[in-house]
Design a protein around this ligand. Structure first.
Ligand SMILES: [Zn+2]
Length: 362
């Protein structure tokens, strides 16, 4: 069984904190123990040996920067004032992945096509794998770097295969903390994305925008990192989670939802003072169950951990220590009565099917 994780902010960590994804999680934590980094973002969850130990073969690796109006502290370096700066910062994220792949091609490979995907998966065939590679599918989170829809072509040429128009609000769509619909520019962006066969990531969009997008977008749709709003009645940010209507809409379009492993998104109103013990893998399973029940299928739910996306060890469910442990969610699902093929689909197969539909042959 291989694991596919639908959302990891690898470049953002490299640019913001100087983290090196080649290091082990333990090495990163030791290196940062006397620094302020854990205060800002928590203890690291991602590292090369952990991806390998956890049999994580593919991740959706984000290009991300925040608008300066959402900057939370002086340590946050990847913030933009206008579309020009946004473009420069997203290109810097792209450059980080390009360099990582150029310097460590034995470990990291960009996945732009079905051929790339097959190549990466083949490196995991032996048990234990001899020289496994982590496949990176580039996901643009937040659309402000795209100055005009015509630029989608250039981003596609750079290897981006998934775009989420919103993070907070952008000129394309309302988003977290900044509600609003898909705008006229958003509709134009979606048309350009469809032309190049990109997937549309609904995470962070408002329900209004998500429903508009589901109505008009002809290509692949997904929510790379979103949980079930129905299970989060106490959440202070209900709009960040998916309503049942949107989950059903995604399923009707053969879409996939990646579950975020962030405690406040698993238990509404959870605070760090409550400790991790109250959020177990059972809670992750509850979100899986909810989506499976709603869609009468195990084909529309997967993982989108959002690991190292502004939170760390103390804000993830008890029982997980790093990305190496994602497979334990499979054990928890088995204990709950899920059959092996369903567990395989949820931990990786569902994302792989979507990628096989999405990516060009070569
Ligand atoms: Zn996000």
């Amino acid at each position: 069984m291989l694991i596919v994780d639908g959302h990891e902010d690898i470049a953002w960590n490299m640019l913001t904190f100087g983290r090196d994804p080649n290091r082990s999680v333990a090495a990163t934590r030791t290196l940062e123990q006397d620094s302020e980094i854990p205060l800002h973002t928590g203890h690291a969850l991602l590292g090369w040996p952990e991806w390998v130990a956890g049999r994580v073969a593919i991740v959706f690796a984000t290009l991300f920067a925040a608008p300066i109006r959402r900057k939370v502290g002086p340590w946050e370096r990847i913030c933009y004032r206008d579309p020009d700066e946004a473009r420069a910062l997203y290109l810097a994220s792209l450059e980080v992945y390009n360099r990582l792949i150029a310097q460590h091609g034995d470990r990291f490979q960009r996945v732009e096509s079905c051929r790339d995907l097959a190549e990466v998966l083949a490196t995991w065939e032996l048990e234990p794998p001899e020289s496994p590679r982590l496949g990176l599918v580039l996901l643009m989170e937040g659309g402000d770097a795209i100055q005009a829809p015509s630029e989608v072509e250039a981003w596609y040429a750079h290897g981006v295969r998934i775009i989420g128009p919103a993070w907070t609000g952008t000129r394309y769509a309302g988003g977290t903390h900044e509600p609003g619909p898909l705008t006229a520019d958003g509709h134009r962006l979606l048309r350009a994305m469809a032309e190049f066969g990109l997937a549309l990531d609904l995470s962070h969009m408002t329900e209004q925008g998500q429903r508009q997008a589901l109505d008009v977008y002809p290509g692949a749709v997904l929510a790379s990192h979103s949980n079930a709003q129905a299970l989060l009645p106490e959440s202070p940010t209900p709009e960040r989670h998916l309503t049942d209507a949107v989950v059903r809409g995604l399923a009707e379009r053969d879409g996939v939802v990646g579950l975020v492993l962030y405690n406040p998104f698993l238990v509404g109103g959870w605070k760090p003072e409550a400790g991790r013990a109250g959020v177990t893998l059972d809670r992750v399973c509850a979100h899986v169950d909810h989506i499976c029940q709603l869609t009468s299928s195990a084909r529309h739910v997967a993982l989108g951990s959002d690991f190292d996306g502004g939170f760390g060890l103390h804000k993830i469910p008890a029982g997980l220590d790093s990305v190496a442990d994602l497979r334990l969610i499979g054990d928890a699902l088995v204990a709950r009565g899920y059959a092996a093929p369903e567990v395989e689909a949820i931990l990786g197969g569902n994302w792989l099917s979507l990628l096989q539909r999405l990516l060009p042959e070569t």
